[in-house]
Ligand binder design. Structure first.
Ligand SMILES: Nc1ncnc2c1ncn2[C@@H]1O[C@H](COP(=O)(O)OP(=O)(O)OP(=O)(O)O)[C@@H](O)[C@H]1O
Ligand SMILES: Nc1nc2c(ncn2[C@@H]2O[C@H](COP(=O)(O)O)[C@@H](O)[C@H]2O)c(=O)[nH]1
Length: 220
């Protein structure tokens, strides 16, 4: 046996701190589509289910896609400090329930957010800012964004017109994000998201037991 073959290194690597993985984009660029694909294949990340005063779209399920609440219920959540962040988007209120996120992070699980730039700015102001990874998704061009909103077939023409009218203002926040991706081909974009997530999980600051792991390896 050489000094390098001693069984003093644990088989598993050290524990990791959970991260908050944010996807933002103008409406229709593909956040929901990409999120669903990521969640379906990655058991280490869980979706933050937002509360909203927006009415459900056909097929949306309460507690899965959103918690659909009344304006009064939303106000009670704000006043009870039950939301980690919240914002008014397209005339409706949206917010992130605090408790599930804090519980997941404490348990070392990653959390995926589909929120706008206002919410992302608020997360940046919290104590958990160092756990935040911000990704902005761009459409290949505005005509394609409109085509996707129409093709989704979930919103009235006036709602689509409103979302298109606000798309440029949202896109102007791209510089506040750590990563900016163009969602032209969805599989390519998903691959880029996988790569970001993998690298961010490996950051030294997130590997909580690294110092002990190395000390053990060196017999110190
Ligand atoms: N890369 C892509 N190529 C073509 N179509 C796409 C692509 N990504 C998403 N789509 C389609 O575009 C439409 C809008 O996508 P999605 O609902 O995921 O957008 P979103 O960013 O979550 O929108 P919102 O902010 O309104 O929730 C959907 O019909 C989806 O299938
Ligand atoms: N700040 C927050 N923004 C949110 C939250 N949940 C969703 N959103 C954003 O709202 C728009 C519209 O969503 P839609 O489902 O009505 O199309 C979109 O940009 C979402 O990212 C939230 O909790 N906080």
């Amino acid at each position: 046996m050489t000094r390098f073959s001693r069984p003093d290194v644990p088989a598993r690597g050290p524990e990791r701190r959970g991260l908050m993985f944010v996807l933002s984009s103008p409406s229709g660029a593909g956040k929901t589509t990409l999120s669903r694909a990521l969640l379906a294949e990655d058991g280490d990340i869980t979706m933050s289910v937002s509360a909203t005063t927006r009415p459900p779209r056909p097929g949306e399920v309460d507690g899965v896609d959103y918690y659909f609440v009344s304006p009064d219920q939303f106000q009670t959540m704000i006043e009870g400090n039950a939301l980690l962040e919240w914002a008014t988007v397209f005339g409706n209120r949206y917010g992130t329930p605090r408790r599930p996120v804090e519980d997941s992070l404490a348990a070392g699980r990653d959390v995926l957010f589909d929120i706008d730039w206002q919410g992302t700015q608020q997360l940046q102001q919290t104590d958990a800012a160092s756990d935040l990874v911000r990704v902005f998704i761009l459409p290949p061009h505005l005509a394609e964004l409109e085509r996707r909103l129409i093709g989704r077939n979930t919103d009235h023409p006036e709602v689509i017109a409103d979302r298109m009218a606000r798309a440029c203002d949202e896109i102007r926040h791209w510089g506040e994000y750590d990563y900016v991706l163009v969602n032209d081909d969805a599989e390519t974009c998903l691959n880029e998201i996988r790569a970001i997530l993998k690298a961010e999980r490996l950051r030294r600051k997130r590997q909580l037991g690294l110092a002990n792991f190395v000390r053990g390896m060196l017999g110190e």
